[in-house]
Design a protein around this ligand. Structure first.
Ligand SMILES: [Zn+2]
Ligand SMILES: [Zn+2]
Length: 147
């Protein structure tokens, strides 16, 4: 995969990580560095993505640019001022942001095409992890902070 880069005003090269939905209508680019990468086991992510867990990449929202030339991106507004961005053409779940994390954009790790700058660091909301998938890593776990 070809890597992408851009030079900022200091002349330093910031590496870019591109991503896409399944059909390619919604493309996005993260200007690295990311802030964190974590597996989320909350029931909202499980249902929104139809998956045991969702691996999210957190970054400052102003480092993310979204190319949505076909106006396919839709936002589902959930509880607690949360918003989930998905492609209306193919149904891919792509983005998450919430009042709880102001100024942050969370992008689904699996939708990135390019390499990232870090590996997953944590299992979050582990109190609601599914019983039908084994976790073989030694990463720390954290439960729902509100329970
Ligand atoms: Zn799509
Ligand atoms: Zn979640």
């Amino acid at each position: 995969m070809k890597s992408a880069a851009t030079a900022d005003f200091t002349g330093e090269v910031a590496r870019l990580a591109r991503g896409s939905c399944l059909c390619g209508a919604v493309n996005f680019t993260l200007r690295l560095p990311s802030k964190w990468v974590a597996h989320c086991h909350c029931t909202r992510c499980q249902r929104a993505h139809g998956a045991a867990l969702v691996t999210w990449v957190g970054a400052a929202a102003d480092q993310v640019s979204i190319d949505d030339g076909q106006a396919a991106l839709r936002w589902f507004e959930g509880p607690g001022g949360s918003r989930r961005g998905f492609c209306a053409h193919c149904g891919s779940s792509l983005f998450f942001c919430a009042d709880r994390w102001p100024g942050e954009m969370h992008m689904a790790r699996a939708n990135f095409i390019d390499a990232l700058d870090r590996e997953p660091q944590l299992h979050a909301y582990f109190d609601t992890h599914v019983s039908w998938l084994a976790h073989a890593d030694a990463l720390p776990t954290a439960d729902d902070p509100d329970v």
